[in-house]
Each structure stands twice: as C-alpha cells, then as structure tokens.
Design a protein around this ligand. Structure first.
Ligand SMILES: Cc1ncc(COP(=O)(O)O)c(C=O)c1O
Length: 369
C-alpha cells in the first residue's frame, strides 16, 4: 500500500487514535459529501433513518462474522470510551456492594480499570505487576483468585507497557472480562470463553467515539433495575445501542474497518501479518540487546501491537524520535509514564512502514551504538 497520496502521509506509529487503512480513508473522503444512494453525508442523516440503521446492522453483522460471535452473546456500540466500561462493568456485574471481582493488573490500564470497582463492590487484586514495573505477565499459579469473585477482569494487551496475553489468564468457571482495547481483532478469538469483551475503537477498530462491547446474554440480568438506562447493558441491548443518538460517524468508520479486515482475508490472515510485522522489530531489538533495551522481560509476553523499548540514555531516545520524524515516521515517543520508545503497529500499519522502521533502527545502532 502506498503511503503517499496528494497529501504526504507519514508512517504513523501512534498508540491511539491510530493509523487507519488508506483505502478506508479514501472511501470516507469519497462518501463524505453524500453516501451512495442517500444524497446526504453520514454526518447529516438521522440515526433512525433506514440508511443509518443499515450501516449499524452491517457493522454488527460483519463483526459477528469476523469473530464468529456465538448466539450466546450480544454486540453493543457504546460511547464513553473504554473508561466508561471500567465503571459499567462493576456497576452491572456486581449485584451489590458485598460482591467481589478479581482484577489481574498487568499495567496502567488494568490498574485504571481496577480503581473503579471500589464504587460498586469489593476488589480482589488477584495479581499486580507493579513490583516488576509491569515488565512481565503472571504465571497462572501466581494469580491469587478469590473464591468469591463473580467475574475476573484482565487487560489482554497493555498498550503502554507492551505486554500481551497469548491466552486468557484464567481457567475458572467465572465470567472472564477482557479489556481488549489495543489488540481487538488483531487475531482470532474464541468469544465463547468470555463473559464480556470491550474495546474502544480508536486503535484497531476505527475512530474515537465508539466502544464495542460483546456481552454474554445471561449476564444481562445481573443489573436488575438499579441503573440509569444508558448505564444498563440490558437496556442498551433492548434499545439496539440507540438509547441516545449513537456516534453515527464512528460506527460508520468501524463498519468500513470490519469490511477491510474481511477483504484482507479475516483474522487468521491479519494475525499472520501482525506476527511477521512485530517479529521484524523484535529481531532488531534482540540482535542489538545492549542498545535496544526491551521493556518486556519474557519473549512470550511481548505485544504484537505495541513494541516498547528504551535506548541507553534519554538523550538517545530523544535523538531517535527526532531522526525518525525527519524520515517521515511519527509518534514513536514512549508514554510519558515510561519514557523511551513505543512503536504501535496495529492492523492498519502497512508492512512497508515496519520495514522502514526496522531499517532505521539498524542504521541508528550502527551510528550511535
Ligand atoms: C488497554 C486500554 N484500555 C483503555 C484505554 C482507554 O480508552 P478510552 O480513552 O477510550 O477510555 C486505552 C487507551 O489508550 C487502552 O489502551
């Protein structure tokens, strides 16, 4: 895929909002003034119009097909980001304040999620990787599950620390809840294993403004009638994600992304590509391990979405980001809490962009190593 249109496009390694496929951006541009057969822009039509209802249904169906979501689960398109889900999950799944939830905290996002539980019930911090600076994932035997827990929450990919679970970190008969915000749709996923999966769209599934929630139907009853309608998953399901005016543009973009993923051959194909892309960067890191200091200790824990490393000094980190920017690679600066470098290589990052970065890294170590 070419990265140069009439406007010069950089290789954008942003952690989110992040790069989108060029073909999707071009379609948005083409349809911005009038959707085919509609005569108005997606920004101008009612969410109750047939045209938008079709867009929403199409997006939902494509997602169901991509992930092979079983009939046991519902799909919602909500607002408020992953952040609101951090609260809606304990709000809905804990029936009262006496109930407990297990949280496996492997980074900043897991920690943020866990902090909301106190408003609605009891938190059991089943594992917290803070002591290791969130540089590794736990073994199953290290996780201190509570027998009382009514759900188990984990973050499948920690965007800041670059840690990703290769399989769910629990094998108990308790609903598993995954914050999949930064690795949603990066690989096939057996949805039947999960009670709830949530993902904000602005990394791997579209534009900021919409968050996908996939919830097992039997969990919908837990909220009772305690909650305001917007905050109640059961009410959202009844209202078809349209209790209020939904983020119509963001849902339209997500639908285009789901179609793009299908056109790429689906999640098996995109997974192969993601493995190959991340391996290109990890190979340079491993071949120069005195210079590129990977944040994650065990290779098996490394993220295929966010590659996080430091150089031997903050000055070199800064120079790396500046020189990369001069070569048309942007947003490589690590998160402010960690420093160093973070290369986010989501589904839409072309292989060519990763090749250019890997080449740049090899040159940079030759010059400064
Ligand atoms: C894993 C993870 N969870 C949650 C969030 C927060 O998402 P939002 O800003 O949509 O609330 C992010 C955003 O970077 C994230 O990476």
């Amino acid at each position: 895929m070419s990265t140069h249109t009439a406007v010069s496009r950089a290789y954008n390694f942003s952690a989110g909002p992040a790069v989108l496929p060029l073909s999707v951006l071009e379609q948005i541009k083409e349809e911005m003034l009038a959707l085919p057969g509609v005569g108005s822009s997606i920004l101008e039509i009612s969410h109750r119009s047939q045209a938008f209802v079709e867009i929403l249904d199409d997006a939902r169906q494509r997602l169901v097909d991509l992930l092979e979501i079983p009939d046991t689960h519902e799909v919602l398109f909500l607002q408020g980001g992953a952040r609101l889900q951090n609260a809606m999950i304990p709000m809905n799944l804990l029936s009262d304040r006496s109930q407990t939830a297990d949280y496996i905290v492997t980074g900043k996002w897991g920690l943020t999620s866990s902090e909301e539980v106190q408003h609605y019930g009891k938190l059991n911090l089943a594992w917290n990787g803070a002591d290791s600076g969130y540089s590794r994932l736990p073994q199953l035997s290290e996780i201190d599950f509570s027998d009382a827990a009514v759900y188990i929450h984990f973050t499948s990919n920690e965007t800041i620390h670059g840690l990703q679970f290769s399989r769910p970190p629990a094998n108990r008969d308790v609903p598993l809840v995954s914050d999949s915000s930064s690795d949603f749709l990066c690989r096939p996923c057996d949805v039947s294993k999960f009670g709830l999966i949530y993902a904000c769209a602005q990394k791997n599934a579209g534009a900021a403004g919409v968050t996908v929630v996939i919830i097992r139907k039997d969990l919908l009853a837990r909220s009772g009638d305690r909650l305001a309608s917007y905050l109640d998953y059961a009410q959202q399901v009844k209202g078809g994600s349209m209790l209020n005016t939904p983020p119509t543009f963001a849902i339209y973009v997500s639908g285009l992304i789901f179609k793009w993923l299908q056109d790429q051959g689906g999640l098996e194909s995109i997974y192969e590509l993601n493995l190959a892309k991340s391996e290109m960067l990890y190979a340079v890191i491993d071949a120069n391990s005195d210079f590129y200091l990977g944040h994650v200790k065990n290779k098996a824990d490394r993220s295929i979405m966010n590659v996080v490393f430091k150089l031997p000094s903050p000055e070199l980190d800064k120079k790396f980001v500046e020189d990369a920017s001069n070569e048309n690679m942007t947003s490589l600066k690590g998160h402010r809490s960690l420093g160093g470098i973070r290369a986010s290589i989501y589904n839409a990052m072309p292989v060519e962009g990763v090749q250019v970065l890997a080449e740049f890294m090899r040159d940079f170590v030759k010059k400064h190593g």
